[in-house]
Each structure stands twice: as C-alpha cells, then as structure tokens.
Design a protein around this ligand. Sequence first.
Ligand SMILES: C[S@@+](CC[C@H](N)C(=O)[O-])C[C@H]1O[C@@H](n2cnc3c(N)ncnc32)[C@H](O)[C@@H]1O
Length: 277
Amino acid sequence: MIYSSLLKNLLVKLDIIVYKKWNNQPLISKPIANKQKYYDLWKEASLKNNPEVTEFEKNTGYKIENEWLNNLALRTQIVVKESQLNYAHGKVLYSALREYISKNISKLQNVTILETGTARGFSSLCMAKAMDDSDISGSILTFDVLPHKKKIFWNCITDHTDGPLSRQELLEPWDNLVGKYIIFHQGYSIIELKKLGLKRINFAFLDGAHTYKDVFFEFNIIKESQKKGDVIVFDDYNEKLFPGIVKAVNEICNKFGYQKNLIKSFDNRSYVVAKKN
Ligand SMILES: C[S@@+](CC[C@H](N)C(=O)[O-])C[C@H]1O[C@@H](n2cnc3c(N)ncnc32)[C@H](O)[C@@H]1O
C-alpha cells in the first residue's frame, strides 16, 4: 500500500518533469514574423494546385468549402518554415470522412474518430466540419504532446498581434465545432492510447510521431476496434523523409487487410487512405 502510494507520487512528479518542455514555449520563444509575412505565405499557399487531391475529391463526391478551409489554415497551418506549406491533407480528410459517413450512414448511430498529432487543431477541425456537414453526432479524440490550455507562441499569425495563446483560444472562431465534436488530450500516444477503452474507431488520422514503431503501435490499438469499411488516413507517406511511415503503412495494408489508396501531393507529401477489407 505504502509502496503503491509512493509510486503514484513519483509518477505525478515524473509527469510534471516530462511535460515541462512541452508546456513552456515548445515551438518558438517569441514571435518570429509579423502579420504581413503570414498573410503573404497564406496567399502563396492557397494558390497551390494538387491535381491528385482534386481527383480524390471528385471520386468521393465531396469537397470542403475553399473559403472555410483557407480561413482555418491562416490560423492553424500558415507557419514560417523551410519546407513548402501544404494543407491539402484537410481536403483529403474531409472528403474521405464524408464518403465514409455517406456509405455507412444506415449502420451508424454516431462516429468515433481517433487522431494522433493535433498540433494547432487544423486536421481535427476539418474532420469536425465533415461530421457537421453530414449532420451526424460523434467524437474526435485527438492526442498531442502539446498542451491545450497553456498559452504558447504557435509560430502563426496571432503571435504578433495577440501574444501567446492557448490552443483553446487559438480555435475560438470555431468554438461551435470544437464544443460539439473534439476532445483534446495531451500526452505521448504510445503511453496514452493503451489507456483508452473505445469499442469502435470508425475513422483515424495518424499524423503524430513519424516513426515505424509509433505508427505501428498506434495501429495495433486501432485495429482491435475497426470493422469492414472503417478507415485510417496516414500523412507523410514519403520514403525519403519518413521511411518508417512507409514501412509501417505497407505492412499494415499487406498483412492486415487494408486497401491502400495513395494520393500524391505537389511536394511529394503523399497521403494514404487505408480502408479495412
Ligand atoms: C505534423 S504535426 C500534426 C499536424 C496536424 N495534424 C495538422 O493537420 O495541423 C505532428 C504533431 O504531432 C505531435 N507529436 C509528435 N510525436 C508525438 C507523440 N509521440 N505523441 C503525441 N503527439 C506527438 C507534435 O507535437 C506535433 O504537434
């Protein structure tokens, strides 16, 4: 009894130590660009063309509203970084989820979605929009090591004008969708996912840790709760940058009976929409 109480106290202290770096300005320590810079990057990114993504949208019969997507992207995707900005995964997620719901609506009471890698909340909100536009209830459980209620600089347009914001504050313009669908959870997926007790995971988006071990671990949790037709979307299927993701996705599709739909983007940032046979 004393032993387990000591261990519990140790765990509480360890938790504080482990997450200290994520709770204290984990991305940038001060604003690194002004509002105009983010607007310029936004304009450039919004003009990018992704023919395979457009084709995917056409095939599903669903396309996210451009203006809504671009407005969300301005706060949650437009950052100063070396690689090209590309938020086409929001389009893929929206179309894939709407198609999934429309094909399964007669069998569904609600939809449960699991996501790893929340970041600023962009992908969670694209999926929430798909649920809302489909007029279906459900939940999106999203995991990230980043905190939800701590004020941080996000390397985004609000840094310069509003100072540090919590993710909750950053996403205030979309409060209705957040409140209706999204549950944010801070923690390493490899530790937190095994504590979940979900009977069904209809749809998942894996965009957190980009290693073979983490992706496979996340998949092993999800696979127990999926049925025929359920979907997992993988981001960054790129042999050169993320060989671990490519290896994990190929193994998952080949050995566990998932049909693989590969969608390439202009910067070779491919996405895989995997559907359970
Ligand atoms: C590429 S970003 C996700 C982008 C986001 N899905 C979007 O659409 O904006 C990856 C995120 O995963 C988080 N992350 C990395 N490793 C993680 C892990 N092991 N567990 C939970 N989150 C992790 C990072 O903190 C980061 O915010």
